[in-house]
Write a new protein. Structure first.
Length: 235
């Protein structure tokens, strides 16, 4: 039942990721950490995300805004270095609860309050660094990345196509970190292989829904799921 629940989480989270270009890891990581532990959840979900987002990138490469993509990757890579250090230096439970509170704040704001803070350019780059810090710790920097992306990518196709390759590059970098950290145990490698089934299904279903569902309505559903994810991280 534990592994079946994990596969269901992967399918739902990556279906959302395929439609919106973000939020997959945000949805998947908190409950997956509770089910499998931080190491196994990180190892499997990172590989899962890299493959899924690579498919999205290749299918939608004509919509990529390359200059914006370069800024996202550069600043987030810097933040990831800080995040991996914090994960070793600070108590994990404290970080997980703080992360859950951040998810709740962003989701509740987007869903109910719609407060838009206009930051200067240096402030927006700080948001990207913070997104990298969170991604380095929990593979879940998508919410903070969206704070930056929604201000510079107003077209739905460009938004999805430009955000997806960010996770390909950052996830590939994390593969090497996870490899040297001993994350790829036989049990985790089996989980990665098993996850190919929900991966294929989620990319197919997400691609179909992307062309049919209203994006604004689906984002509301995404934020509701983020609220649930944040609560799971806190309790």
């Amino acid at each position: 039942m534990q592994y079946a629940a994990f596969m269901l989480i992967l399918f739902i989270a990556n279906t959302v990721q395929t439609i919106t270009g973000f939020a997959g890891n945000l949805l998947a990581m908190p409950p997956s950490i509770r089910l499998l532990g931080a190491q196994s959840a990180s190892a499997v979900i990172n590989i899962f995300t890299v493959v899924a987002c690579l498919i999205i990138t290749l299918q939608n490469r004509r919509f990529i805004r390359w200059n914006i993509l370069a800024k996202m990757i550069g600043f987030m890579l810097a933040g990831m270095v800080i995040g991996t250090f914090l994960l070793k230096a600070v108590a994990f439970d404290v970080l997980l609860k703080a992360y859950g509170c951040l998810i709740l704040f962003i989701a509740l704001n987007r869903l109910f309050f719609h407060i838009r803070m206009q930051l200067p350019s240096w402030g927006m780059y700080g948001v990207l660094i913070l997104a990298g810090v969170i991604h380095g710790m929990f593979l879940s920097g998508g919410a903070m990345l969206v704070v930056y992306a929604v201000t510079v990518l107003t077209d739905k196709d460009e938004f999805r196509a430009t955000v997806a390759p960010v996770w390909v590059v950052l996830g590939t970098a994390l593969v090497f970190t996870h490899f040297t950290g001993g994350y790829y145990t036989p049990a985790n490698l089996w989980l990665i292989l098993a996850s190919l089934v929900p991966l294929g299904l989620s990319v197919f279903v997400g691609g179909k829904l992307y062309g049919k569902l209203d994006q604004a309505a689906f984002l509301k559903l995404t934020y509701l799921l983020l609220i649930v994810s944040g609560v799971v991280a806190i309790v």
